[in-house]
Design a protein around this ligand. Structure first.
Ligand SMILES: [Zn+2]
Length: 208
């Protein structure tokens, strides 16, 4: 069968191709649920700098962190070696996706956190143990930062409420306000990004 919008061949029993599934189902569903259609990605850096103290409290374990508990629990259950295999990383990655901030938001947030906490050696091996500082940023600090951003987007809802939105909006991607692409462009961009080497490096597949 074919997608009714673009006549792309459909391998299984799907009704639409991936791109038109986004446009016909994911996007309207996201709008109905009140996810922002657009995010100003250029403002993310200053927003994160403003929440730096709260993020430092997570690093210094002065505050509880859902994602620190979550990641450390997996470490305890699977043991460190197994928890770092590519499959385990991929599965975890799905859970840690920053909701409607999407893959683009994830890469931007990661870069900013790296320059704030990693390159400055604030996040040491000692503080990140049993994770490496790189993994700690990706698996704990990126989703925690996304929670804070989503909480702000929604007028200061609790982090618990923000986490529900983050999980629920993981298939939705807000567009860049400064660079309004079609869903198709954005989808192709994120695909290209996922395929790139830096992606593998970022999620730690080539770390061993
Ligand atoms: Zn299509």
């Amino acid at each position: 069968s074919h997608c009714p919008f673009c006549t792309e061949n459909l391998p299984n029993r799907e009704t639409f191709c991936e791109i038109h599934y986004m446009e016909t189902t994911i996007v309207p569903d996201g709008i109905r649920k009140g996810y922002p259609m657009e995010i100003n990605f250029e403002l993310i850096e200053s927003r994160i700098i403003q929440m730096k103290d709260e993020l430092l409290n997570i690093i210094y374990k002065k505050t509880s962190s859902y994602f620190r508990n979550f990641v450390f629990e997996i470490c305890n259950i699977l043991g460190q070696i197994k928890a770092n295999t590519p499959m385990a990383i991929m599965e975890r990655f799905e859970t840690l996706k920053p909701g409607y901030y999407g893959t683009r938001g994830m890469s931007i947030i990661t870069e900013i956190l790296n320059s704030l906490f990693l390159y400055t050696h604030i996040l040491t091996n000692e503080l990140s143990y049993p994770k490496s500082p790189v993994d700690y940023i990706l698996e704990i600090m990126v989703p925690e930062t996304a929670l804070h951003l989503i909480s702000q987007d929604k007028g200061g809802i609790t982090l618990e409420e923000a986490r529900k939105i983050m999980e629920d909006s993981s298939t939705f991607e807000s567009r860049d306000r400064k660079n309004v692409n079609s869903v198709r462009d954005q989808d192709q961009q994120s695909r290209k990004y996922k395929q790139s080497e830096s992606w593998d490096r970022r999620i730690g597949i080539n770390d061993q």
